[in-house]
Design a binder for this molecule. Structure first.
Ligand SMILES: [Zn+2]
Length: 312
């Protein structure tokens, strides 16, 4: 059994395996992302209304969870566009575990808070985003290093959208649930996912197909039985939840991956953007202070650049 650093308990992704040994010889692999720590600090900088914050928290947990299912070196992004109260929802994580995100919403049309904001255990996509789409992008840099899948916002939750993407593009049996809650000491935000190890990957576990179908059906049923309370309980350790929930499928866990609240903006990137702008565009950005003030949408860092030092 893996030992988890308690210091990372508020921000980690725990890989686990069901019905077989650890690794790809298992019939099912899973991840439990619990990212309350970084989600709390990210949301504190934005001051969103609670229902937007809850949706953003779930997006961050789902992005963190999904990203570790893929082998890549770069950035995984979840971006939703809607025609409802929330217009844009973005969450991304690097393969090193640097998580960030932001939401754009319509100040004028705040929906009524109510039970319909939560569909089962998660924030309601129809109530908050309306209709639109979600794009999932893996970007490894370079010309061929980008892959994107897009699905319509047709389900009740962001987890449903993620499952639709897996069903369409990856064609692998997957199930994911996510939940977030604001407590006295900050947010808890979790995403729990199981996925059947792909049969065409060359690494499909040998053995009885019927027994594997059985194991998958059991895993999906057990995942559906998880309660919102279990997912958002800050006192319930990730490993304890996995063993409690999937005990019948003999879980194995692997070392957890740390997740951090960390943006990728930099003065150099701001300079590069300004250099591409026309002089009159730049002039329009000069604030009362006489400086060009650029605020990162993700981390809210404000940078003041002297327009006289611009290379134009
Ligand atoms: Zn930033």
């Amino acid at each position: 059994m893996a030992v988890i650093d308690p210091a990372k308990a508020g921000a980690q992704i725990l890989p686990f395996y069901l019905a077989g040994d650890a690794g790809d010889s298992a019939v099912i692999r899973g991840r439990f992302a619990s990212v309350g720590g970084p989600v709390t600090s990210i949301l504190e900088r934005h001051g969103y209304p609670d229902q937007v914050a809850a949706l953003q928290a779930e997006a961050l947990a789902i992005a963190a969870c999904l990203s570790t299912f893929m082998k890549f070196d770069g950035v995984f992004t979840l971006q939703a566009k809607g025609n409802g109260y929330v217009k844009t929802l973005l969450a991304d994580m690097t393969s090193d575990g640097a998580l960030r995100g932001y939401a754009a919403f319509d100040d004028e049309s705040e929906p009524q808070l109510g039970a319909d904001m939560v569909a089962g255990m998660s924030a309601s996509v129809p109530a908050l985003l309306g209709s639109g789409y979600v794009a999932f992008t893996v970007d490894q840099g370079g010309e061929n290093g980008r892959y994107q899948g897009i699905v319509e916002l047709s389900g009740e939750t962001l987890g449903d959208a993620a499952m639709a993407w897996f069903a369409n593009s990856e064609q692998v049996d997957s199930h994911i649930v996510a939940a977030a809650r604001k407590g006295e000491s900050g947010w808890t935000a979790s995403a729990l996912m199981v996925q059947r190890v792909a049969a065409d990957g060359g690494s499909a576990p040998a053995g009885d197909k019927a027994a594997q179908d059985d194991a998958w059906n059991t895993a999906e049923m057990l995942l559906r039985s998880v309660t919102r309370e279990e997912l958002v309980d800050p006192a319930l350790a990730a490993e304890d939840l996995v063993f409690r929930l999937f005990n019948a499928l003999r879980p194995h866990v692997a070392p957890a991956q740390a997740v951090m609240d960390q943006c990728r903006c930099s003065p150099e990137k701001v300079d590069a953007v300004l250099e591409r702008m026309a002089p009159d565009e730049l002039a329009g950005l000069v604030a009362d202070s006489g400086m060009i003030e650029v605020t990162c949408e993700f981390c809210k860092t404000m940078r003041a650049i002297d327009p006289g030092l611009s290379r134009h």
